[in-house]
Structures are given as structure tokens and as C-alpha cells.
Ligand binder design. Sequence first.
Ligand code: GTB
Length: 208
Amino acid sequence: MTGFTITYFAVRGRCGAMRIMLSDQGQEWKEVVVTFDEWMKGDLKKTCVFGQLPKFEDNGLILYQSNAILRHLGRKLGANGETEREASLVDMVAEGVEEIRTKYLKMIYQEYETGKDAHIKDLPNHFCKFEAILVKNQSGFLVGNSISYADYSLFEVLLNHQVLSPTCLDSFPSLKKFVEMMSARPKIKTFLQSDAYKKLPINGNGKQ
Ligand code: GTB
């Protein structure tokens, strides 16, 4: 067994994509769940490089920042493009996904009541870019012919948005197919049906 440990709150949140990726890649990992009360004591926060979770440990290497963790796993598990050129494209696409996630999280945590409708209305402006990437690439994945950490990241963002707005992919057939293809990967399917996944809320404030 590898020595992966995720330390985080009892939510999917910033660990959603990395857990899906670890599952799909057949990896095992340990979860250290931090309660809000524990976190508020401040002792753990002081030890975190940026004062935030998740914290990820890989055989003594300690990482913070969820996207750096995804990239680390991408490199380590062979989900980072098949060439250096593809790896650069994977990073580029993943940054595009991060823009949607950042907007989503701002809406969820800061302006759910006032910003939800505008966020949903603006989604096609973001989704059309990823639809075009998938149409152009043809393999079903965002870059090249193999799954990358960007695919897991996009998949997780789309799952969350389908909860927010069940019809949000209706005008994007390739994105819809992408979600179906990712959901049908046997290890992802098992993980999404597991209690470990289902018991966790998407976000820390109960909004989704
Ligand atoms: N850029 C960083 C990354 O990608 O890892 C952002 C990490 C981040 O925002 N961490 C939040 C955090 O540590 C948790 S994710 N917050 C505590 C702090 O800043 O002191 C969002 C979140 C909010 C609330 C809960 N909750 O109440 O359970 C869970 C998750």
C-alpha cells in the first residue's frame, strides 16, 4: 500500500477530484477528518503552509493546495499527458477548470441566494470552451488519448454543477457524454456509489 493521507474537513469540497482520481487509479489512501471545532482551536492551522486544508501526505512529502496535489498525483500515477507537450496542455486545461471552480465556490460560500441564478446563466460561456476541446480532441479525454488529472477535475466540477442545475449540460452533448463516460469507469462507478463518497456533503455550508 502507498502512503497517501488526506487531511481535510468532512466534505467533498477541494478533495472531490483527488478522491475520484485516487479511486480510478486503484489507489488506497487514509483519511484524517478534521472537525470544525478542532480546526477553530487553531493548532493545526498554524502548521499548514497556507493556513488551510487539504493537507496531503505521500510517504513523507507534505503538500498543500488542491491543484498542486492533483498535479503531483497526475505525474506520479501517469495521468498527466503522455508527452511533455501534452503535460503542458493538461495544465492549461486544468487552469480553465479551476476558473469555473473558483466562481462556483465564491457563489456557494459568499452569494448563494443572490448569485446562484446569474452563475447558472453564465455557465454556457464556460462550458462551450470545454465542449469545443472535447469535439476537437475526439478521444473522449481533454488532452491526447489518455486520462489526465484535468479530466478528473472537470468531471468533478460538472458533477457538482449537475446538482446545482440538473439541465446545465443539455446544450453540450460532448460534455454530457464525457460525464457519462467518466461515471461508467468501473472504479469511479464503485467510488461514487460508496458510503465514503455519498455521506459527504459537497460543500461545508450545506449549499449545493
Ligand atoms: N487554494 C486552496 C486549495 O486549493 O487547496 C484553498 C483551500 C481552502 O479554501 N481551504 C479551506 C480552509 O482550509 C477549506 S475548503 N478553510 C479554513 C480556513 O481558511 O481557516 C472550503 C470549506 C469551507 C468550510 C468547510 N466546513 O465548514 O466544513 C469545509 C470546506
